[in-house]
Design a protein around this ligand. Structure first.
Ligand code: GLC
Length: 547
């Protein structure tokens, strides 16, 4: 099938000899308080995830990543942890955690947890002890500094949520560092006791059977120990948000971040078949360095290339994908994602007409996709009535357009009260009251987004070329991104038309459509030498007789 069209562009020409489960698989992100409420208090919980394990197995995903489940005062909705070794009572108990894990494992679904090692809650007993003063054995577990001579904060570092990254605390009469909200003090990673404590946290959960971690803000673990000011950003200009005025070269991404990534990975490697994903929100050339020089840091740093694309065109996507492939260190395995709990949902970003194309792209690129719950229904971002919520997402306090609650709304299971998410009023309103956005309405509808995504996941699962095959771009007509995935077991091609005009792609005679975004009405199974693509249509084609 590879003779036409002519092949050009980037090529990633290796197939893992013994692919790990996470290289073959698809990771599904669950925001636990919004998945399913088994206890009836309006907040999703662990028992609820266990109850929906059959759904996850039916959907065809391989692993779940749970956003934080630990006790939290909710300054940053769970990313401010008050106890690393327990479950927030609203989500359940450790016993319910074990039962949920067993329900997932029985169905061959792995579970990875969010690990937040850069900071805790200011309610964590470690911080309470630390702020009691320099006499406390844990004082040095957090980052405390004196004022500058004029009484101002120790340096110009800024919080990712806006304002200074320092808050003055009395006692002990010093400033503490918080890269996020003041309720999220940064741990002092220069202190070996802190490093050991976090390694023990990992062992606690790995011993319980979790299959790995997604490490929150991994690149923030290393900071300039001299606390030099951050330099001005030479590219900043009027019109850009003030938070981009400084470069963050000293407050994060310091070379010690890599040392710390290796330390966390060494704990992962004490256990068989565990996975470490690292959140690294840096330009791709720097993000890929978190695979480690010897592939001994994160198995996969998150890859935000598709979330940050300004232009959603075939050319832009193709160059971004090729560039990322070229940047990967030899032997490194990429991750791809369209969004997570921090980014607008794909359906709202691209509009319903281009959403399936994006799903097809995500699930056919070389690498492990991470999928955001609810995207399989095409859920949009919510638009809450002003004043409806009492909760405030910290970055939205200063910049309302940075509100991330609109993407964390309850999963929609069935038409009827609260979309079957809970018997009580949910903690957040639904994204949509339209009953079409429910699993029940979509699961038996051959034309639904859910059916399409399920077919796509199923095809990926059955087709080694799609999950672990090599990648190379193909030449293609304007607006079309075409690529080929090869594996000793077979070859597939993917042709994605990002334009609003129909296009035609010439293929070799011996091929047939395995799946089209246009749904089951496409000429599935028929052999052809050219493929007509409608506006925003994507197809996966394969050799006849073999997927
Ligand atoms: C990460 C999380 C985000 C959180 C922040 C602080 O970026 O993805 O949700 O607010 O870290 O923990």
């Amino acid at each position: 099938m590879c003779d036409t069209p002519e092949v050009e562009g980037a090529e990633s020409s290796w197939v893992p000899e013994w692919p790990a489960w996470w290289q073959r698989g698809v990771v599904y992100q669950i925001y636990p308080r919004s998945f399913f409420d088994a206890s009836g208090d309006g907040i999703g919980d662990l028992a609820g995830i266990g109850e929906k394990a059959d759904y996850l197995a039916w959907l065809g995903i391989d692993a779940v990543w749970l956003s934080p489940i630990y006790p939290t005062p909710d300054v940053d909705l769970g990313y401010d942890i008050a106890d690393y070794l327990d479950v927030d009572p609203r989500f359940g108990t450790l016993e319910e955690f074990d039962a949920m894990l067993a329900a997932l494992h029985e169905r061959d679904i792995r579970a990875i947890l969010d690990l937040v090692p850069n900071h805790t809650s200011d309610q964590h007993p470690w911080f309470i002890e630390s702020r009691s003063g320099p006499g406390s054995p844990r004082h040095d577990w957090y980052v405390w500094r004196e004022s500058r001579p004029d009484g101002s904060p120790p340096n110009n570092w800024e919080s990712h949520f806006g304002g200074s990254a320092w808050t003055y605390a009395q006692p002990p009469g010093r400033w503490y560092l918080h890269s996020f909200a003041p309720g999220q003090p940064d741990l002092n990673w220069e202190n070996p006791e802190v490093r050991e404590a976090l390694q023990d946290v990992m062992r606690f959960w790995l011993d319980r059977g979790v299959d790995g971690f997604r490490v929150d803000v991994l690149w923030l673990l290393g900071k300039d120990p001299g606390f030099a000011d951050n330099p001005p950003n030479p590219d900043w200009h009027e019109g850009l948000p003030p938070r981009f005025r400084l470069l963050r070269t000293n407050s994060e991404g310091w070379p010690t971040s890599h040392e710390r990534a290796r330390l966390l990975r060494s704990v992962i490697d004490e256990y068989p078949e565990r996975l470490m994903i690292g959140e690294v929100v840096l330009p791709p050339d720097r993000a890929v360095t978190y695979h480690g020089e010897h592939l001994d840091e994160a198995h996969m740093p998150h890859n935000f290339v598709l979330t940050e694309l300004q232009e959603w065109s075939a050319d832009a996507i193709r160059s971004a994908v090729e560039a990322y492939e070229r940047l990967l260190p030899p032997g490194a395995w990429p991750n791809w994602l369209l969004g997570d709990h921090d980014f607008p949902r794909i359906a709202s970003r691209l509009g319903p007409e281009r959403m399936r194309l994006a799903h097809m792209l995500l699930l056919t690129l070389r690498g492990t996709p991470t999928w955001y719950y609810g995207d399989e229904l095409g859920l949009p971002d919510a638009s809450f009535r002003p004043g409806l919520l009492t909760l405030v997402d910290p970055p939205a306090a200063a910049t309302p357009e940075r509100d991330r609650l609109i993407i964390r709304t309850p999963m929609q299971w069935s038409p009827g009260p609260h979309a079957g998410f809970s018997e009580a009023e949910p903690w957040l309103p639904l994204a949509s009251d339209d009953p079409t956005f429910t699993v029940e309405r979509q699961r038996d509808d051959p034309d639904s987004t859910l059916t399409f995504v399920r077919f796509l996941l199923d095809l990926r699962g059955q087709t080694p070329a799609l999950s672990v095959g090599t990648f190379r771009s193909l030449s293609a007509p304007p607006d079309v991104f075409s690529f080929q995935r090869d594996h000793p077991d077979g070859t597939v091609q993917v042709h994605l038309n990002f334009g609003d005009e129909p296009r035609e792609v010439v293929v070799s005679q011996a091929s047939r459509i395995l799946l089209s975004t246009a749904g089951p009405t496409a000429p599935n199974g028929q052999e052809m030498d050219r493929v007509a693509l409608g506006p925003y249509e994507g197809v996966i084609i394969g050799e006849p007789g073999r997927p």
